[in-house]
Design a protein around this ligand. Structure first.
Ligand SMILES: [Zn+2]
Length: 750
C-alpha cells in the first residue's frame, strides 16, 4: 500500500531520509539535472520564496517508508499558476497507477491553491523531433496519459525553439486547465512563459531568447494541439478530492474502562462516543491504532516517583472502589505519609479526582495515543488528533487532578521538541496549569492558555496574567484569563492575541489542548460559544499553517460535543489550507528584537548555522563569513570588521558585517547582511541595515557601499538596497563570470 504525503522541509529526520530517496530517484531518472540543483532541494523547501516559486513536494511512500515516486510542483503566487517541475517513479515504473495517483494529487493541490492552471514540459512525441526510439515510445505514453485529463501541448509558438544551435528534442509546454474548460489567454500565457524561462532556466536562457519566445505567443487564445491519442469525449477533467490528506485520528481504545459513577462526575465515556459519531461523518479523518510507547517518554515530563505511585495506587484500590484525597501537604511537601487515603493528597490538587482500578491503565493508554499522534506528525503528516480521555492538562510534574492523571499534551510536546520548538495552545475553558508548570522554566516550549479567570474558574490558584515563566523560560508562558460571561466574538479577540504570540515564537510544531467546555451550556463552564464559533476558532488556529497535533481535554455537554468538535476541525483544515497556499509569507511585526555589537565566543558557530540555513551562500562563502567573526574575536576593532547582531528571544535572527574602507576618508563597506529564513519577509533585514547605518554615522562615516551580483537570483537583494535608498553607482560587466557583472550601490549619509 502506498500513501502520498507532502514534504514541507528537511528539518525532521524522517523528512531528511525521504528527501535522500527522492534525490536518488532524481539522479536515476533525470540525468540532465545537475548535482548542485539536486543538493539544493532541501534548502529550496525550507526557504520557498528564494526563487520566487514555492516548491511543493509530494512523495508516494510504502508503509515501510520506501519512496516509490514523487512529484515536485512549483507554485507561482503572484501570476497565479502552477508548474509541475518533476514527476517520477522509482525505476521508471509506470504501472500500478502510481503516476496517476501523484498527478491527481498535484492537480488537487493546484486547485486548492487557487491556481486555475497547471503547466509542465513534455519531450516531443514526433519521430522527426526525437530520433531515439525508446525515448519516443516513452514520450508518447506520457502525452497519451496527460490527454486523458485534457492536457495537451501548446502549439504555434516558439516554445520549442532551440536555445543553442544544434539543440534537439526541445520539450513542449503542456497546459492542463484542471477542472474547468477555459481558453488559455495570450497575456496570461506570456507572463507564465516569461516566469518559467527567467526563473527556472535563469542560468541557461539568455534574455534575447526569453523575449523571442514570449513574443512568439501571438494567438489569443493560445492554441492547444488536437487530441492525438484519445477521443475528446473520454477526457476526465474532474479533480479528485479524495486525495487531500486526512487528519490522523487516534482514539483511546481503553477509555471506557475508566468510568467513575459518582454523581456529578461529568468526565464519562459517552463524551468520546459523542465526538466520534460526528467525526466519522465528516470524511476528514483516517483512524489509526494507538501504538505502545515506553514509560521513559512519560518520565521526561512527570516524576518517576509520581508515575509509579499512580500505577501502584491504582492497582491497590479494590474493584469498584474509589480513592479520594482529603488532606493536602500545605506545610510539609517533603514527607509523604503512609496511610493510602492520606497519601493520595500528596500527589493530587483537589478532592474530586479519584484513583480507581482503571484510572491508571486508561490514562496510560491515553499517553500512547498522544505519542502515536506525535509520531505521525514527525513522519510528516500535517495534522493528528488524539481523542483521549481521561484528559491531561491539569496534571503537573508530580500531581494529578481536575479529572487528569498524565499530561498527554505536555508529553507529546516534549516528544516533538527534540525536533524543533513547540507551542502549546490550551483552549480549554480551564487554565492549563499542568503544561505551564512543566515547561515554566524553558524557552523551547511556549505555553499559552486562554481560559476563565481563576477568580471564579478551576483551578483557582493559577492562570493569572502575571505568570510569565521563570529564568530561561521568562516570557514563554502566556495566560489570557477572561471574564465570566463571554461570547464567541470577544473570545476571538483573546485567541488572536494568543496566536500572535505563537507566530512570534516561530515554532516548528503546534500542540492544541482542545477543550470543548467553552461551549454554551457546558456544566463546568460559563461561556456561550456556539457551533459556528468553533469553526471560526479552528480556522484562525489553522492559519498558523503549522504541523498541528490536537489533544482532547475537557468538554462535557454531550449534546453539542460532537458537532463542536467537527466544526472545529473543519475550520482548522480550511485555515491550514489557506495558510499553506497563501500568496505571500505572513507579514508579522516582529517585537522583541535586540541588537548588539559585541561578539560572543559562540558566535562563529551561530553565524555558520545561520549562513548555511539561508541557503544563499556557497560553502566557501560560509567559511569566509565565519572567518570574519573569528578575526574580529581575535583582534577586536583593529580587525576592521564590525558586526550588528540581531537577536530574538536569545536566538540569532540575522546579522550584518561592515567596516571602514582602507584609504578612504569616511567610506564604509557592508560585507554581509543575512537573515534567518524564519525571520525573512518581516522587515528584519531593513532594521539591521538601519542599525548598521546608524553605527556608521556614529563613527563619522559618510558613504556606504555594497556590492552584489547581476544574476537573476540576486534580483531581490538589489531591490532591497534600492528600496532602502541605495543608488546604483557602477556595474563591472562580466566581473564574476561572463554575463554576471558586479553591481555597486552607494548611499550617502550626508
Ligand atoms: Zn476544562
Amino acid at each position: 500500500m502506498l500513501r502520498i504525503r507532502r514534504i514541507f522541509d528537511d528539518v525532521l529526520p524522517a523528512n531528511r531520509e525521504t528527501l535522500e530517496q527522492v534525490k536518488e530517484i532524481l539522479r536515476d531518472r533525470f540525468s540532465q539535472v545537475s548535482e548542485e540543483e539536486i543538493e539544493q532541494l532541501g534548502a529550496k523547501l525550507r526557504n520557498p520564496f528564494k526563487q520566487r516559486f514555492r516548491p511543493i513536494l509530494f512523495v508516494a511512500k510504502t508503509l515501510r517508508s520506501r519512496v516509490k515516486g514523487f512529484a515536485m510542483l512549483l507554485h507561482e503566487p503572484e501570476i497565479g499558476f502552477c508548474f509541475l517541475d518533476w514527476i517520477a517513479t522509482a525505476g521508471g515504473r509506470t504501472g500500478g497507477g502510481l503516476g496517476g495517483a501523484l498527478y491527481d494529487r498535484v492537480r488537487r493541490e493546484a486547485v486548492d491553491l487557487g491556481a486555475g492552471e497547471l503547466f509542465f514540459e513534455c519531450l516531443p512525441d514526433d519521430a522527426e523531433k526525437c530520433p531515439d526510439e525508446a525515448l519516443l515510445k516513452e514520450n508518447r505514453a506520457r502525452l497519451r496519459f496527460y490527454e486523458r485529463y485534457g492536457a495537451r501541448p501548446i502549439v504555434n509558438t516558439g516554445y520549442e525553439l532551440p536555445v543553442n544551435p544544434g539543440d534537439s528534442c526541445m520539450p513542449h509546454l503542456v497546459y492542463d486547465a484542471l477542472d474547468a474548460v477555459k481558453p488559455l489567454r495570450r497575456a496570461f500565457a506570456r507572463k507564465v512563459v516569461r516566469a518559467i524561462l527567467e526563473r527556472k532556466y535563469s542560468g541557461y536562457c539568455p534574455a534575447e531568447y526569453v523575449e523571442k519566445v514570449v513574443a512568439s505567443f501571438r494567438e489569443d487564445p493560445v492554441a492547444l494541439r488536437e487530441f492525438r491519442y484519445i477521443k475528446p469525449q473520454a477526457v476526465k477533467t474532474a479533480v479528485d478530492d479524495r486525495s487531500t490528506e486526512q487528519i490522523a485520528l487516534i482514539v483511546n481504545d481503553r477509555h471506557q474502562i475508566h468510568h467513575v459513577h459518582e454523581r456529578g462526575y461529568v468526565e464519562s465515556p459517552v463524551r468520546v462516543r459523542s465526538i466520534l459519531a460526528e467525526l466519522d461523518k465528516s470524511g476528514l479523518f483516517a483512524r489509526l491504532k494507538p501504538r505502545a510507547f515506553p514509560d521513559k517518554n512519560i518520565h521526561t515530563v512527570h516524576d518517576a516517583d509520581f508515575v509509579s505511585y499512580l500505577q501502584h495506587a491504582s492497582e491497590a484500590v479494590p474493584e469498584g472502589k474509589s480513592l479520594y484525597p482529603y488532606v493536602f501537604p500545605v506545610r510539609n511537601k517533603t514527607r509523604p505519609p503512609k496511610e493510602p487515603s492520606v497519601l493520595s493528597g500528596y500527589y493530587c490538587i483537589d478532592t474530586f479526582t479519584p484513583i480507581n482500578r482503571n484510572a491508571y491503565p486508561a490514562a496510560r493508554r491515553g499517553v500512547d495515543c498522544a505519542l502515536t499522534a506525535a509520531r505521525e506528525i514527525l513522519d510528516g503528516r500535517r495534522m493528528a488528533y488524539a481523542l483521549v480521555r481521561p484528559p491531561g492538562h491539569h496534571a503537573e510534574r508530580r500531581v494529578f487532578g481536575g479529572f487528569c492523571y498524565f499530561n498527554n499534551n505536555a508529553i507529546a510536546a516534549q516528544y516533538l521538541c527534540a525536533y524543533g520548538k513547540v507551542a502549546i495552545l490550551d483552549i480549554d475553558y480551564h487554565h492549563g496549569n499542568g503544561q505551564q508548570e512543566i515547561f515554566y522554566r524553558r524557552p523551547d516550549v511556549l505555553t499559552v492558555s486562554v481560559h476563565g479567570h481563576p477568580k471564579f474558574a478551576y483551578p483557582y490558584f493559577t492562570g493569572f496574567e502575571d505568570e510569565r515563566g521563570e529564568g530561561e523560560g521568562e516570557g514563554f508562558n502566556l495566560n489570557l484569563p477572561l471574564p465570566e460571561n463571554l461570547d464567541g466574538e470577544r473570545y476571538r479577540k483573546a485567541l488572536g492575541k494568543a496566536l500572535h504570540r505563537i507566530e512570534e515564537f516561530f515554532p516548528q510544531f503546534l500542540v492544541v489542548a482542545l477543550g470543548l467546555d467553552t461551549a454554551k451550556g457546558d456544566p463546568t463552564g460559563t461561556w456561550s460559544l456556539m457551533a459556528k464559533d468553533f469553526e471560526e476558532n479552528g480556522r484562525l488556529i489553522g492559519t498558523l499553517g503549522l504541523p498541528t497535533l490536537v489533544v482532547q481535554e475537557g468538554g462535557y455537554r454531550t449534546r453539542t460535543l460532537g458537532q463542536n468538535a467537527r466544526n472545529f476541525f473543519r475550520g482548522l483544515v480550511q485555515g491550514h489550507l489557506k495558510a499553506v497556499g497563501n500568496r505571500q509569507e505572513p507579514k508579522v511585526r516582529l517585537h522583541g528584537v535586540v541588537f548588539r555589537c559585541e561578539l560572543q565566543p559562540q558566535d562563529p558557530e551561530r553565524i555558520r548555522r545561520l549562513a548555511e540555513i539561508t541557503g544563499f551562500f556557497t560553502a566557501d562563502e560560509v567559511e569566509v563569513a565565519v572567518e570574519l567573526v573569528n578575526e574580529r574575536l581575535a583582534k577586536g576593532a583593529p580587525s576592521g570588521y564590525h558586526f550588528v547582531m540581531a537577536e530574538h528571544y536569545g536566538r540569532l535572527a540575522g546579522y550584518a558585517c561592515y567596516g571602514p574602507i582602507a584609504c578612504t576618508a569616511s567610506g564604509y563597506d557592508i560585507y554581509w547582511i543575512a537573515v534567518h529564513p524564519d525571520y525573512q519577509g518581516k522587515g528584519l533585514g531593513r532594521r539591521i541595515l538601519k542599525e548598521t547605518e546608524r553605527l556608521i554615522r556614529e563613527s563619522s562615516g559618510t558613504r556606504i557601499y555594497v556590492e552584489t551580483s547581476q544574476r537573476v537570483q540576486y534580483a531581490s537583494t538589489r531591490a532591497f538596497y534600492e528600496d532602502c535608498g541605495y543608488r546604483l553607482e557602477a556595474v563591472l560587466a562580466d566581473f564574476y563570470a561572463a554575463g554576471d557583472g558586479k553591481v555597486v550601490y552607494c548611499k550617502s549619509l550626508i
